[in-house]
Design a protein around this ligand. Structure first.
Ligand code: COA
Length: 132
């Protein structure tokens, strides 16, 4: 499979919403205005493409010097288990560099994926969940 990766390229909210839907990730894919704001508000996006088809997406918020929150990591279901998630995460790590801590909240079904990639889990995280 010839997958191409891009960093911070312009993205069509509809394509991102469709990717969210076909990946199985729980995101507001019916609310295109919110998806557009999620894209515009990101500091870092990494995308995976098969030709012109968006097949993987990572979205992060960072100050580029100390911390980075990886909010979304999604790979289209038909493309999962082909190392695309690994590639996206690796590029996020490369982009933010060694001085930045990467933080994320795993979906229940993705915990093993992050463990396999060597990320450390913690019981020191606290969260105020969004209400809508
Ligand atoms: C989680 C996700 C991003 C992983 O992407 P992917 O491209 O399928 O993962 P990779 O192919 O890079 O997998 C890397 C390793 O993790 C394993 N792995 C991937 N997903 C896994 C899962 N859900 N459970 C257990 N192991 C998993 C792979 O088998 C592979 O193991 P190996 O190196 O021993 O072969 C992708 O499955 C996805 O989009 N899932 C739905 C949305 C989601 O849960 N996103 C995470 C939100 S926090």
């Amino acid at each position: 499979m010839n997958i191409r990766y891009e960093v911070n390229v312009p993205l069509d909210p509809q394509a991102v919403a469709s990717l969210f839907r076909v990946s199985g990730i729980d995101r507001p894919h019916d609310d295109l205005r919110r998806i557009e704001r999620m894209i515009l508000g990101a500091d870092l996006t990494v995308t995976a493409w098969n030709g012109s088809q968006l097949v993987g997406f990572a979205r992060a918020l960072t100050d580029w010097c100390y911390c980075c929150y990886l909010s979304d990591l999604a790979v289209a279901r038909d493309y999962q288990r082909n190392a695309i998630g690994t590639g996206l995460l690796k590029l996020v790590e490369d982009e933010i560099g060694d001085s930045v801590t990467l933080v994320l909240i795993s979906a229940p079904d993705a915990k093993e994926f992050y463990r396999r990639l060597g990320l450390a889990s913690t019981d020191l995280a606290f969260i105020v969940r969004r209400k809508r």
